[in-house]
Design a protein around this ligand. Structure first.
Ligand SMILES: [Zn+2]
Length: 156
């Protein structure tokens, strides 16, 4: 779970904040705003730095989670394959746990990042994408359980 925490849910990002004079996004620690030339006061930037940090992290984390999507379609093939081939109990168990992982990760995303009040477009879009991914993965899991159920009831 350490990998999940560090790489997926809390990726490393550069701290940025908004200039307290012109509101442009600048790297935190820059002494002078490159847009308007104002000397930047770290203290006055701090609130926006924190806000930007959380938002960027939430967006970056959501983008990583989105890369799992192709696996959902691969799953369709695997689920259909269940009717053609006899998967071992161990394989079935492994796949059931594996396909459930994205659901766990997306729910963790909502716990960690979902409660922000930010109106940032990228953030709101990420939230929307995480919702549709959650539905996709729930559908995948339901399909998994249904096909499992059919295969097992046929065996008896
Ligand atoms: Zn500025």
């Amino acid at each position: 779970m350490d990998f999940l925490q560090k790489e997926v849910l809390e990726p490393d990002i550069t701290a940025t904040g908004n200039c307290h004079s012109c509101n442009e996004l600048v790297q935190f620690g820059t002494p002078k705003c490159p847009y308007c030339g104002t000397l930047l006061d770290r203290q006055r930037m701090l609130a926006s730095v924190q806000e930007n940090f959380y938002i960027t992290q939430a967006v970056s984390s959501a983008n990583t989670i989105r890369t799992f999507r192709p696996a959902a379609f691969l799953f369709l093939v695997v689920a259909v394959g269940r009717f053609l081939m006899d998967y071992s109990l161990r394989n079935n168990l492994f796949m059931t746990v594996l396909w459930f992982m994205p659901v766990v990760i997306i729910v963790a995303w909502f716990f960690k990042h979902g409660g922000r009040t930010s109106k940032d477009d990228d953030y709101l879009e990420s939230k929307q994408k995480m919702k549709s991914d959650l539905l996709l993965w729930l559908a995948v899991n339901i399909l998994n359980w249904v096909t499992l159920g059919v295969v097992f009831s046929r065996r008896k």
